[in-house]
Design a protein around this ligand. Structure first.
Ligand code: PMP
Ligand code: GLN
Length: 408
């Protein structure tokens, strides 16, 4: 190579280009600075089941404060295996087929780093959860998006088939899906499974919202014919038990796949969250009706936000699951969701996430905006009151108010 030597700074800037502060961190910081209601980053504003918090405190007091075993404490690996058996009829060996990780985020990164070589292609659903693109880039692999087109966000099976090439190493599927709130149905999952079997592909499934599907049953891809041993199933306690800060995630897969992911995990975090691992054993042992009531509560929040935004004249897309619903702000005369979201805290005291950040090329998705509904009813009511002002000011042609700034 000719020319001047690249400085360390130039190298670092170019290496991390495109991977600056995540939109979630940017928008949460904006909420803190402005005192706006944070419907951006997906985290609940109330605690989950009290038993797990007591169990975490007990675990700390009982001295579970040093490195746990590399694959996770045996009790948690057994609890995860039992969970897969109870809910889905999937059998995993807790010693060889389960790995505890630092949230689903580490599970995703470790899986991609373990399985992909430079130049390998990873086919992902678009809109794409942000850490996928970063993990794929860190592995030197290439992201091939298959777009779920709004407003129904159904999988285009022909587009999926066309995205698979001889360089395809992985399919990375997320259902229930962030940010669209879609739950892939059996027809869509069968098409993915058939393609994976036909092309002998490994599929990674991110199922962190497995218990937050309201209107359609969540079907793990690993339950479909031919899929159990070619699927890396990833989930996390954060969403199910409202403890996103604890970062206890897991991987269930065949022994060879778990070995590969575990080897990578060793050199990322080595181990994580000893006392919280004990607490999640308690969480996974809770009776099914407790998880059902968490789901019902969240479904009510979804309905509260969705109905209120619809009544305010906003264009709300249907949402079957997760913490999130999508609004098209084009009907408000907006042309750029990112600019809209950056201005929203100052204008009306609400923070949201521009869905465009989940696309390589957002095209018509440029005006979509994601709102989190995993918040207390009074907080959602206040947010809706503020958001309703947007529709009113549009219809009356008046300026939007910028004086609503008090925190909820
Ligand atoms: N996948 C998806 C689709 C998510 O929305 C999130 C965010 N919670 C994660 C993975 C990361 O999960 P965790 O917090 O367990 O790392
Ligand atoms: N999964 C969360 C969301 O989509 C964000 C988690 C994070 O900030 N990494 O809002």
């Amino acid at each position: 190579m000719g020319g001047a030597a690249v400085t360390e700074e130039e190298y670092l800037v170019s290496r991390m280009r495109g991977f600056g502060t995540t939109i979630f961190a940017e928008m949460s910081a904006l909420a803190t600075q402005t005192g706006a209601i944070n419907l951006g980053q997906g985290f609940p504003d109330t605690d989950g089941p009290p038993e797990i918090f007591d169990a975490a405190i007990e675990a700390i007091r009982a001295g579970h404060n040093q490195y746990p075993p590399g694959r996770g404490i045996p009790a948690l690996r057994h609890a995860i295996a039992e969970h897969q058996q109870w809910y889905y009829g999937l059998t995993y060996d807790p010693d060889r087929e389960v790995l505890v990780t630092a949230g689903a985020t580490e599970a995703i990164a470790a899986t991609i780093l373990a399985l992909c070589e430079t130049g390998d292609e990873v086919v992902v659903l678009e809109p794409t959860y942000d850490s996928y693109a970063a993990s794929i880039a860190l592995a030197g692999a290439v992201l091939r998006p298959v777009t779920l087109h709004h407003p129904d966000y159904r999988l285009d099976v022909d587009a999926l088939r066309a995205a698979v090439t001889p360089r395809t190493r992985l399919l990375l599927i997320n259902s229930p899906h962030n940010p669209t709130g879609r739950v892939l149905d059996r027809t869509e999952l069968t098409a993915i499974a058939e393609l994976a079997v036909e092309r002998d592909l490994v599929v990674v499934t991110d199922e962190v919202y497995e218990h937050l599907a309201f209107d359609r049953e969540h079907i793990p891809l690993a339950t479909l014919p031919g899929m159990r041993d070619r699927t890396v199933t990833i989930s996390s306690a954060g969403k199910t038990f409202s403890c996103t800060g604890w970062k206890i995630g897991w991987v269930c897969a065949s022994p060879a796949l778990v070995d590969a992911v575990g080897t990578t995990k060793q050199f990322l975090t080595y181990v994580n969250g000893a006392p919280f691992q004990h607490a999640i054993v308690t969480g996974l042992a809770l009776p099914e009706h407790r998880i059902e009531s968490i789901r019902r509560n969240l479904r009510d929040r979804r309905d509260q936000l969705s109905n209120a935004l619809l009544a305010a004249g906003l264009d709300v897309h249907p949402c079957e699951a997760t913490y999130f619903l999508t609004v098209d702000v084009a009907t408000l005369g907006e042309t750029d969701g990112l600019a809209f979201c950056r201005a929203l805290p100052e204008r009306i005291g609400v923070v949201a996430i521009p869905s465009s950040v989940f696309y390589l090329d957002p095209g018509p998705a440029r005006t979509l905006v994601r709102f989190a509904f995993c918040k207390r009813p009074d907080v959602l009511d206040e947010a809706v009151r503020r958001l309703a002002g947007l529709g009113t000011s549009m219809r009356s042609g008046t300026q939007m108010s910028s004086d609503v700034r008090s925190p909820a």
